[in-house]
Design a protein around this ligand. Sequence first.
Ligand code: PLP
Length: 422
Amino acid sequence: MDILQDNNHAIDLDRKDPLFRFRDEFVFEDPDLIYLNGNSLGRLPKSSRDRLDKAITEEWGSRLVRGWHEGWYEAPARIGAKMAKLIGAQEDEVVLSDSTSVNLFKLVMAALQARAGRNKVITDDLNFPSDVYVLQGAIKLSGGERFLQIVPSPDGINGPSEALAAEIDDDTALVSLTQASFKSSYLYDMAAITEIAHNRGAWVLWDVSHSVGAVPIDFNDLGVELAVGCTYKYLNGGPGSPAFLYVRRDLQERLLNPIQGWFGTSEPFEFGLDYEPAHGLRRFLTGTPPIISLSAVEPALDLLLEAGVDRVRAKSVQQTGYLIDLWGEHLRPLGFKLNSPKDSERRGSQVSLGHDDGYRICRALIEEKKVLPDFRAPDNIRLGIASLYTSFAELYEAVHRIRTVVEDSLFEKYPRKDPRET
Ligand SMILES: *Cc1c(COP(=O)(O)O)cnc(C)c1O
């Protein structure tokens, strides 16, 4: 197709893009660097940089311990209330604390405790390994007859929706899935899976780490019981920024945090010796929240709320579609496979391309071509698109540089696989 032969079409799409101005809200140290890793670590918003400076200089530097009474104590719930708007939850159904893995553990243990008599926990083999480790560990701790059923994907790309539907039964306590697969970007139909689970009396726990901020989510509308998610990917909260957890309001008083700690009590500063869980979601906090990291999340969320996730998703669908068109025209003839779903409804904001020399091509792109994708074994080059700041022109240029790496054999000097792997 003609429009794929040069960058004019991309430039035109950028000109018409209602979100284009949001690029200016982010730090671009090197304008020539094409960053396609916002699915792993989002770019730094200028407003987060300013907010961090204030948190360090004024709050920590000057207010010192008085900060706890001047906003720090409320921060996990206050920022959670903002987060709630992005995921279709009530203000008191979300808090930020700890990492995604830790939050997942807390919620899985709480759910298993509340669901005596049901023994099966279901997930799939596209899930993020840490999630599977947490499920395995939680099941081991909860003892009894509990077991984990890992439903395999039919092809390593698409989620096993039909096999899952067949597996969920009256013995199922919990279905715990990640909405968007980190390898293939397969996007589950959250409404359909949730409904099937509910019809059989099972609870759902969605990990939306790889979709939140890129895909509209409405937990309340679907009656989702539990969810967790990461804030440093499409939410741009910064490396190691605390994750969030969501618990449907009517379950909050029933569920107990398995890691009891002082921040989960109603009066931590009274220092009583008997644990008394706070009412509401505060009980899912454990220890002191990471205030500096938390403060960077808030302005980053404000940017997404201003842009609107519906508009971000519309642009993302257009961008992943454009990238797939460019793949078909320029990269497929060079041996690249499409390792993501073609159907945009089933695709998150990332396009994975498979190539036998994928690892070396990635290395050459990073070392020589100022393109930053990442690589996931066995052959996935992941091209993450953060539509708040990724432009169409960057996508065109990235494909051009990938082509050069292969056509000029620039990748051949690199090892075939990551030397850290054995
Ligand atoms: C990124 C990601 C995580 C990250 O977990 P941490 O404990 O915050 O390191 C967990 N689960 C999924 C599905 C992810 O994509």
